[in-house]
Design a protein around this ligand. Sequence first.
Ligand code: AMP
Length: 281
Amino acid sequence: MKVITSVVEMQTRALALRKEGRVIGFVPTMGSLHRGHLSLVDLVKDKCDTRIVSIYVNPTQFGAGEDFEKYPRDLDRDLEMCRERGVDFVFTPPSAEVYEEDASTYVVEEKVGKGLCGNTRPTHFRGVATVCAKLFNLCQPHVVALGQKDAQQVVVLKRMIRDLHFPIELLVGPILREEDGLAMSSRNVYLEPRQREDALLIYKALLAAKSLVEEKGSRNVDRVKAEVQNTLRGGRYLRVNYVEIVDRDTMRPETEIVPGRSLLAVAAWVDQVRLIDNFSF
Ligand code: AMP
C-alpha cells in the first residue's frame, strides 16, 4: 500500500493508472476508520483492480462552532486498517494543497441538500460536494462507494455526479452498526457510557417505526414520527434536531409512507455530539 500526500502526485498517479487500463475504485473518508468505512472498500473490490481511500478532514463541510478541530484523528491506526483490507493507495493531502489560499470556486447543489441536515448545517453540503469534486478529479475513480448512513449526502453526490457529468458509477453500502444497533460513526468515540445509552435510543426509535409500518401496517407519517419522537423523549441528554419521513430519492417530505420509497431520517444531539441515522421502509 502506498500513502500519497501530494495533490499533484495523486492526480499524476491516477491518470497513469487509467492509462494502463486499471479500474479505480474510490472511498472518500474523514478517517478515524471503522468497519462501516471498510465495508465500502469491500464494496468496490469486485468492480475494480485498484482501490484508493482518501483520509481528509475537510474543513469546508464544518460550520462555525462545529467539531472540526476536535474531530477524531488517528492516521497510524487508519493506515494499518487500510493495509489489512487490501487498499492500494491512501490519499491524505494537506489542506493547504486541497484549498489554495484564495480559492473561490465551490460546488453547490441547490435542491436535495436543502432540507434535513441542510437546515441545521447550511454550508455543509457545499463543503461535501466541493471536496468530493476535487477528490474525484484527483483520484480519477471509475467507481465510488458511499454509505447509506449519510443518506442525504448520497443523494446530493448522486445529483452532482449526474449534473456535472462525472464519469463515475456510484455504489451505496448499507449502514453498519455496533452489536447493540448503534450506527457506526467516527463521532461515537466522543460518547461516554451514559451518553451512549441515549444515543442507542435513536436506533430503538427506528425499530419502533419499523414495527409500526411493517407489522401494524401504518402508513401515517405523523403517527410514525410521533412514535419516534416519543422514544427519543426518553433520553436525558438527547435533543432532537429533526425526525422526517422523506422520499429517499428526492429528500422531499412524504405525505404517506410508501414502502420501497420512503426513508425515515433522524438527527439528534447527545449533549454536544450530533448523530444521524435512518431507516428505509
Ligand atoms: P466519513 O468518514 O464520516 O466522512 O464517512 C466516509 C464514508 O463512510 C461515507 O460514505 C459514509 O456514509 C460512510 N459511513 C460512515 N459510517 C458508516 C456506517 N456506519 N456504515 C456504512 N458506511 C458508513
